[in-house]
Design a protein around this ligand. Structure first.
Ligand SMILES: *Cc1c(COP(=O)(O)O)cnc(C)c1O
Length: 369
């Protein structure tokens, strides 16, 4: 249809049945019951420790408001995000009851947000501590210790010099983070555990060391509060996780190509025999990165359909020659190819696949909030 001067657009007929138009955006289906089941399993695996939930980066791309509400209904009471702005949005969604912690601590521009949304910054340097005291005296805070990852947190000598003074101000939580928890035999785990104990034994403050990987290392690593993230969303290292995400991509067009014809940028795929190619409506701008070219699998139900040609910005070609009928949409994340399998095909990790899923998908939720 031509759109422009004089083009007549059909008006919706009054009384026409409410039918969703066919759209080119993909559908990301997020199973809230699976997220709840994963949280409960990791809470159970945390033994006597209380499981919080890490829902930074919009709950790893799956929607922090909805995921947060679903986890509150299952019993989560402590949430962790990276930025104060994320915490404020979460406070609006979840109400006053849950504790919301901020991994980046208290940056100079954060004061009004931390106060207004009643967020708990996890202070990570002497500078942040004095800023917090000056700007928000009496406002709750936690402490982040560096036990060897050298990313965030007070180093041992600095902490020793100020511990007595800080402890007198009654922090809500003392935490650190493990660098190698997804490798159970890595000596770094024991080294960080020992450092964390040295720095926090006898403080009387609730302690937190473990994310998903640390929970699976066993009771020594649990302390009082655990911080699962990726495991909630069905990702490794929580191998027993229930799958959470399905990603279906609509077929925009199907075409027959003759032997010798090529598909996509750079002519990298050539039909060896007459073939049928479906063009799907998603590409690297939607987090389906170019490195998936020739390696990721596409599924029509149980039937594997190989990619044909390079993944481009908004589209990718798929060889559907062997399908008796081409469905309206094909899957790229599904039980046959989970988030981690897709990540492996692309040379990355499940975390990056999830957090890169773009904003152009229609996000639909299974299960009640
Ligand atoms: C992201 C993050 C977590 C959650 O880690 P997962 O591996 O996703 O479970 C926990 N703690 C900190 C400090 C983090 O940055």
């Amino acid at each position: 249809m031509q759109i422009g001067a004089g083009a007549k657009r059909p008006l919706p007929r009054p009384g026409a049945p409410a039918k969703r138009p066919d759209m080119a955006c993909g559908t990301l289906t997020i199973d809230l019951d699976a997220i709840r089941a994963n949280w409960s399993a990791l809470a159970h695996a945390s033994g006597g420790a209380e499981a919080g939930a890490v829902i930074k980066a919009d709950a790893y791309g799956l929607g922090a408001d909805t995921v947060g509400k679903a986890l509150v209904s299952t019993g989560a009471r402590r949430f962790f995000v990276a930025l104060a702005e994320e915490g404020a949005a979460l406070r609006d969604a979840l109400g006053e009851a849950p504790d919301i912690y901020i991994f980046s601590g208290h940056m100079a521009g954060d004061t009004a947000i931390l106060r207004g949304a009643n967020l708990i910054p996890l202070l990570n340097s002497a500078g942040q501590l004095s800023r917090h005291r000056d700007a928000l005296p009496g406002h709750p805070f936690g402490i982040q210790l560096d036990t060897g990852m050298n990313r965030l947190g007070l180093e041992e000598a600095d902490w020793r010099a100020m511990a007595a003074e800080v402890l007198a101000e009654k922090p809500q939580l003392i935490m650190s983070h493990l660098a190698c928890a997804d490798e159970p035999d890595h000596p770094m785990n024991a080294a960080q555990l020992a450092a964390f104990r040295r720095m926090s034994d006898g403080t009387g403050v609730p302690r937190s060391l473990s994310a998903t990987g640390g929970i699976l290392l066993g009771p020594d690593f649990h302390f009082d509060v655990t911080r699962p993230g990726i495991g909630l969303y069905g990702g490794l290292p929580f191998a027993e996780a229930a799958p959470v995400v399905r990603l279906s991509l609509p077929v925009i067009q199907t075409r027959d190509v003759a032997a010798g014809e090529t598909v996509g940028y750079g002519n990298t795929w050539t039909a060896a025999a007459p073939a049928r190619i479906a063009t799907l409506a998603a590409g690297y701008a939607d987090g389906l990165i170019r490195a998936m070219t020739g390696r990721a699998k596409i599924f029509a139900g149980d039937t594997l359909c190989p990619l044909a040609g390079r993944v481009s910005m908004d589209m990718m070609g798929v060889d559907v020659t062997h399908l008796a009928q081409v469905p309206d949409a094909l899957d790229i994340i599904c039980p046959q190819q989970g988030v981690d399998a897709l990540a492996e095909a692309a040379g990355t990790i499940g975390y990056e696949i999830l957090t890169s899923l773009g904003h152009r998908y229609r996000r639909t939720y299974m299960g009640a909030v």
